[in-house]
Design a protein. Sequence first.
Length: 147
Amino acid sequence: MVLLYSRLNHYGLDDDVNMSEVRKKIEKENLKFGEYVRRGDAKAISGLYTDGASLLPYGMRSVDGRKAIEQFWGGAIKDMGLKDAILKTVDLVGSGDIMTERGEYVLKLEAAGKATEDKGKYIVVWKNTPEGWKLHWDIWTTNMSQK
């Protein structure tokens, strides 16, 4: 029986964690992410991450720490014309202060007067901090063909 509880606990069925409430909180943070992108506020975006967070973008080295994350998203907003980010939680598992989210995204970009969209999927490891749930590890990949 202890082994069964241990396995259930490992897969996000911890009695101490209300997964529905955690999901609502994480979805709220995802809405903030989109709002901050629409405002062009890279500093606010970086505030959604833990101090020791890492981005793991496709084809690049990891981007480590809030300052580097602010610079990354600032570059995406300025240089790539990132205008909006729509994040949809598909699945959430975990226990205690660590959750793993699997989701889908739509990024809206506008560069040189041309509007485009990037659609893809992501995995985020979230940490519950004294300031609330924060992104800790963030990796994504596009569904669009690489030409």
